[in-house]
Design a protein around this ligand. Structure first.
Ligand code: IVH
Length: 673
């Protein structure tokens, strides 16, 4: 290839600078100046020029994607070890830290500290040489980590080149890779749709994404970075943590939200309390507050003790974790036949809630963590995620612990058990497995399904054991007299249950589909189906391809839905339910191609966590002719508010923009459609 002309090189440089500018506006400042399609056009133009000339700048945005998958990660030695932090579990222990610092410095003078949220993610080191991002590595054991450069380059908010008035010759910048809680939830919904196991928390999801050998997978996960520290450097003359943080900001590197400077430990404790109070409104998981001596000179004097610096401590928020013992493990059969090992625990209080059971997920997990009956374990209960075992404290073993091997037959019906092909789950293949049937009925009657009040788990178990309900269809054949013969029912409770069953007969298609308990069909997939099919009968004998053509529908779900609605026995059950008086309306159905664009010319901004993934809401707005903007401006017509809305809400208030809840938004969609 001949050397490209000066004009081409110049054009390439201009395009790279323009694209990087817009990338920063969009991903860091949340304030785009051009539309996505304008960005895409510029990007395409740059790619063409690079391909035809062979001239590719190291900070070109085209270098963020498209690298072939690796066989394994290369090891990287950190020039300076990545340390861990000492912990403080109370305000008193924070004061104790301050006293230690003063004792070591032999001074009574008040110390200046920074206080910053402790992001719960994965530590990373970015090495910039001559201002260019040369390498990104995981922490590993602190001395040696893994080279994850290709993956980290896919994170758009990380600059490939430092743009700043002062660029050190070399600098290692440390930070935490994390995921927003709402993006983590959306990812799990997507995984559910694809029949994949959900991640236990945002940290695991982020760590899994960083350690992908194929960077195109990392690129699809929405990762973020908060930079908080410095490793080795050449010609970086920062005097304090605060000055360093300001430099990071100037250099367009993302820094933690809510970072503060405080004189004296009392002021620090006030800040810690403030951050702790705001914690639940954060869009990310924070597990504490990191307190650092601000002055780098003092940090140097204080130095390091073994693995932790003397100049910092991490105040940990009250734990989501507890230590307890596994008294027993049982195999529980779910409604789809999946057999899940469940640990029965010595009850332990975690964050004010008593935990006495924890799912062990599957036998691969038991083997990987080497979990045995009698083990002492660390268990976590974070947010709305069910409790799970973090790990075993092997040093507490007595030798009497017992293994819990995978089942050969179903613990309930004795039928054969199969391991899912390519998966981890064991499944009972029995046709008449009573455990499956009972779980199916529980699911059908549950609150998020048909919502039959008075038909909770205990009553289902009673009615099932007494032979009054053998299938969920039997619910509609229950008679008050039969209930009255049971020990738990009196005239009033029996009448209430029969009335509740009668009332539940009016339902919506999405709830009904969800209630059927079709494998891989959760609430979200059920809603997608209701949007695309007007009536239940339209799904009868539906092909797999038709279902798979629905945007966001996974392959496994499509196969399962099609199989369900092509089974004569199932169709018979559905017909019978209709004969028994079930009335199914469908407010979710979207008339495609009606030609109406009721949101034409309207600009929406979404903030906070919504009950359905954000992309879905964006899709609805766009489908109706509206425009979705990332940040609030005078041009915004509506701000759609989810749970824990961010700073966009304040801005909307200042500018007097109309705010609507998600429910109001959906109502608007319905009214205008
Ligand atoms: S400073 C020597 N600041 O917490 C100081 N760490 O337990 C090293 N972390 O490995 C860390 N947010 O992964 C620091 N604002 C913050 C942090 C933070 C999260 C993580 C980091 C580190 C771990 C220490």
């Amino acid at each position: 290839m001949t050397k490209p002309s000066k004009a081409v090189m110049h054009e390439i440089e201009n395009l790279v600078n323009t694209l990087n500018h817009h990338c920063y506006q969009y991903h860091v400042l949340d304030s785009p100046e051009i539309s996505d399609s304008e960005y895409d056009n510029l990007f395409r133009k740059l790619k063409q020029l690079e391909d035809s000339s062979g001239h590719v700048l190291p900070n070109s945005p085209t270098q963020r994607v498209g690298a072939p998958p690796l066989d394994k990660f290369r090891k990287v030695r950190h020039t300076e070890p990545m340390l861990s932090l000492d912990n403080a579990f109370s305000y008193e222990e924070i004061s104790e830290f301050d006293r230690r610092v003063k004792r070591f410095l032999k001074s009574d003078d008040e110390i200046e500290y920074t206080a910053e949220p402790k992001y719960d993610g994965l530590a990373i080191e970015l090495t910039y040489i001559g201002g260019l991002l040369k390498r990104a590595s995981t922490r590993g054991d602190g001395n040696e980590g893994e080279d994850v450069t290709l993956n980290i380059k896919t994170i758009m908010e990380i600059p490939l080149k430092i743009e700043s008035s002062h660029v050190p010759d070399e600098i290692d910048i440390r930070g935490e890779i994390y995921m927003y809680i709402n993006e983590f939830k959306a990812l799990n919904v997507e995984r559910e749709l694809n029949g994949e196991q959900a991640f236990a928390n945002p940290r695991n999801a982020a760590a899994g994404a960083v350690r992908q050998l194929d960077s195109s997978i990392t690129a699809k996960r929405k990762l973020h970075l908060a930079c908080y520290g410095m490793g080795a450097s050449k010609k970086a003359n920062f005097k304090s943590q605060w000055e360093f943080i300001q430099w990071l900001k100037d250099s367009r590197l993302p820094v933690p939200d809510n970072i503060n400077l405080a004189m004296g430990i009392e002021h620090v404790i006030d800040l810690v309390k403030h951050i702790e109070n705001k914690r639940s409104s954060f869009s990310f998981e924070a597990d504490g507050v990191v307190i650092k001596v601000n002055d780098f000179g003092l940090q140097e004097t204080l130095g390091i003790k073994t693995r932790e610096p003397r100049w910092a401590t991490a105040y940990k928020f009250p734990a989501h974790q507890g230590v307890t013992k596994i008294n027993d493990i049982i195999a529980s059969v779910g409604r789809t036949g999946t057999i899940t090992p469940v640990a029965l625990l010595e009850p332990v209080s975690i964050g004010g809630v008593t935990v006495s059971r924890s799912t062990l997920h599957n036998w691969d997990e038991i083997e990987r963590k080497d979990i045995r009956i009698g083990d002492t374990i660390l268990v976590e209960r974070a947010g709305d995620v069910i409790p799970h075992v973090i790990g075993v404290m092997k040093e507490k073993r007595t030798g009497n612990e017992k293994l819990f091997p995978p089942p050969v037959t179903c613990p309930d019906c004795g039928s054969s058990v199969e391991k899912e092909e390519g998966g981890v789950a064991y499944r009972c293949i029995g046709f008449n497995c009573r455990a499956q049937t009972q779980e199916h009925i529980k699911h059908y009657a549950s609150r998020s399904a048909m919502n039959i009040e008075g038909l909770g788990e205990k009553n289902v178990e009673l009615l099932f054991s007494q032979g009054l309900i053998n299938h969920f269809v039997d619910i509609y054949r229950l008679k008050k007299e039969a209930l009255l013969a049971l020990p738990r029912f009196a005239e009033k409770s029996a009448r209430n249950l029969v009335d509740a069953i009668e009332q539940s007969k009016n339902t919506t298609l999405s709830k009904f589909i969800y209630s059927l308990g079709i494998v891989h069909v959760g609430e979200y997939a059920a809603k997608l189906l209701a949007k695309n099919f007007h009536a239940l009968e339209d799904l009868f004998n539906v092909s797999e391809d038709r279902i798979a053509s629905i945007r966001q529908m996974g392959e496994k779900t499509a196969m399962s839905v099609s199989r369900f609605f092509n089974d004569g026995k199932n169709l018979g059950v559905l017909q019978e339910l209709k004969n028994l008086g079930l009335k199914i309306s469908n407010p979710d159905f979207e008339v495609a191609g009606s030609g109406e664009r009721p949101f034409n010319g309207l600009t929406f901004v979404i903030t906070g966590t919504l009950t359905i993934p954000r992309q879905e809401v964006e899709g609805i707005i766009e489908k109706h002719g509206g425009h979705v903007a990332k940040s609030v401006s005078k041009k915004t017509d509506y701000v759609v508010l989810g749970e824990s809305p961010g700073s966009k809400l304040n801005k909307a208030q200042t500018l007097g923009i109309k705010k609507i809840s998600y429910e109001e938004f959906m109502q608007m969609v319905e009214e205008r459609s």
